[in-house]
Design a binder for this molecule. Structure first.
Ligand code: SAM
Length: 231
């Protein structure tokens, strides 16, 4: 049976009792970076055989793991951080199990996008997750324009090297829209920087950042409601 196991997005204590039990009982752990995941297991007093499963070998490994699953192996799937399949490898293996009628389950657990959405304080009743913002500026501007046109909140993963550019686009095109930069979640320098796009852009223009970042953009509906209430 395949079990998809979310792992911490920073704080190593953020792993469930059930996740540890599954990892302890697995015959093999498929991991994105076996060295990185070895440290997590070591931290929890576990040592297990690994196979690597990353974006460059996912197709080949999926076929191999499917064979092991057919033979009755207990396979746990983890990535470097958070929930496998969310801007991470793993989706192909789950799909292959579903299509082959093989049993699988997914444990609930850490996911940066969900943590950031809730911490942003923006409307979490409906949201769009866009994965990583595009690297190219034209494509990024189009994706951000679509986020501003969307009724619900949008959540993106963003690189620290491009955050200022994305915020500058939002500040210029939507100065009255709330945004939140959620940074280094669950870690020592965790930060939620929330405000109107120009304020947040100005902050990060004078405080260059490192680390891992989510960018959350208020949706059109919540913005209308907020503006109406303020009148
Ligand atoms: N599968 C992961 C999940 O469930 O969150 C996401 C993996 S994706 C390759 C990595 C990106 O997620 C980072 O570049 C960053 O945008 C976001 N991220 C991961 N950990 C984070 C953290 N502790 N704080 C803020 N963002 C984080």
């Amino acid at each position: 049976m395949l079990t998809v196991v979310p792992t911490p997005i920073g704080n190593l204590a953020d792993i469930s009792l059930r996740a540890l039990e599954v990892l302890r009982e697995a015959d093999v752990i498929a991991a994105e970076d076996t060295r990185h995941s070895g440290l997590l297991l070591h931290h929890h007093g576990l040592s297990k055989p690994f196979v690597s499963l990353h974006e460059h070998n996912e197709a080949m490994r999926t076929a191999e793991l499917l064979e092991r699953l057919r033979a009755g192996a207990r396979v746990a799937l983890i990535t470097d951080a958070g929930t496998p399949g969310i801007s991470d490898p793993g989706g192909r293996l789950v799909r292959a199990c579903a299509e082959a009628g093989l049993p699988y389950t997914v444990l609930p657990g850490p996911c940066a996008a969900i943590t950031a959405l809730v911490g942003s304080g923006l409307d979490a009743s409906a949201f769009y997750f866009g994965g990583f913002l595009p690297v190219k500026s034209g494509q990024r501007a189009n994706v951000l324009a679509a986020a501003l046109a969307r009724e619900e909140t949008s959540v993106f993963y963003e690189s620290p090297h491009r955050l200022d550019k994305s915020l500058a686009v939002l500040a210029e095109t939507a100065p009255t829209r709330l945004v939140c930069v959620a940074r280094e979640l669950t870690k020592k320098f965790e930060e939620y920087r929330r405000g109107f796009a120009p304020e947040v852009a100005a902050h990060f223009a004078s405080h260059p950042v490192r680390g891992e970042i989510c960018l959350i953009v208020e949706g059109a509906e919540a913005a209308r409601r907020r503006e109406k209430a303020a009148r």
